[in-house]
Design a protein around this ligand. Structure first.
Ligand code: CP
Ligand code: NVA
Length: 298
């Protein structure tokens, strides 16, 4: 049966750990220049209704390196724009492709597409969540700290799609997630929370950061958000800066899914500083997503 990756509820702890083993192996092979073309003859369609640098390029290069091809499909060039339904599009694309990656606004579009597709569907970000990002983030934490369980991650800022997926990911992988945001900008709490991890919500960023192993943030204004200026004003005390780092463990890791708005949600000093693993985190999108593609499309 085909398997999708629409939310982190679609994967269990054991599957995540074996995905990480595969990602580490694929990373090693790439570094050694060893071929690993497990998806020869396979095609991935990539439907995008929002901008992307990392997701688009890492999936496209990932398919190429696995011996397959990726086809970039801007949603405004598809008949979807002229109201062909998600269901009809899914039924047709399932006849040509071996998998589809979708980045869009409404999470319901993705669900409807996946329900009607006979091929795996991967979520490349919706307004609700961003599962491939958080899988990469947890892989990166494991790579740097050599452990996942009980790692304390402090997410500081807007309660957006990335925060929502962090709640699912930390719960699943037995991590301790703290989130600091104004109460009206807290993330939606997923209805199905499955796993032993712990979640604590704060208003005070310094309380959330206390003793944290990882300090994490994302932009204050996400793609498609309205009232950007007002949100920035509401979040101005939630910047990752030296003060926040001081509250965390010494040498706590600093992460950001990127793109960053320098000197808004994070100071350039911290982003480029010795505790930042942000560009390693971005690189790992490639390795983790290749493991996802190899697992779902083979
Ligand atoms: N982090 C992330 O998904 O980046 P892009 O929006 O550039 O794909
Ligand atoms: N929360 C951000 C993440 C970008 C990768 C957005 O949705 O724009």
């Amino acid at each position: 049966m085909k398997k999708d990756l629409i939310t982190l509820n679609d994967i269990n702890q054991k599957e995540v750990l074996s995905l990480f083993e595969k990602a580490a192996l694929l990373k090693e092979k790439r570094n050694q220049g060893e071929p690993h073309k497990s998806l020869e003859g396979k095609s991935l369609g990539m439907i995008f209704s929002k901008e992307s640098t990392r997701t688009r390029i890492s999936f496209e290069v990932g398919m190429y390196e696995l011996g397959g091809q990726a086809i970039f499909l801007s949603s405004d060039q598809l008949q979807i724009k002229r109201e062909e339904t998600a269901a009809d599009s899914a039924k047709v694309l399932s006849r040509y492709l071996h998998g589809v990656l979708i980045r869009t606004h409404e999470h319901e579009f993705l669900e409807e597409f996946a329900k009607n597709a006979t091929i795996p569907v991967i979520n490349g970000l919706t307004d609700l969540n961003h599962p491939v990002q958080i899988l990469t983030d947890i892989f990166t934490i494991q790579e740097k700290l050599n452990r996942i369980e009980k790692v304390k991650v402090a997410y500081i800022g807007d309660g957006n799609n990335v925060a929502y997926s962090w709640i699912l990911g930390a719960t699943l992988m037995d991590m301790h997630l703290t989130i600091a945001s104004p109460t009206d900008l807290r993330p939606e709490i997923p209805k199905t929370l499955d796993g032993p991890g712990r979640l604590d919500l704060f208003e005070d960023p310094l309380k959330a950061a206390e003793d944290a192993d990882v300090i994490y943030t994302d932009v204050w204004v996400s793609m498609g958000d309205e009232n950007g200026a007002e949100k920035k004003e509401r979040l101005k005390n939630y910047q990752i800066n030296q003060n926040v780092l001081k509250a965390a463990k010494p040498n706590a890791l600093v992460m950001h899914c990127l793109p960053a708005h320098r000197d808004e949600e994070i100071t350039s000093e911290v982003l480029d500083g010795p505790q930042s693993i942000i560009f390693d985190q971005a690189e790992n999108r490639l390795h983790v997503q290749k493991a996802i593609l190899d697992t779902l499309l083979k």
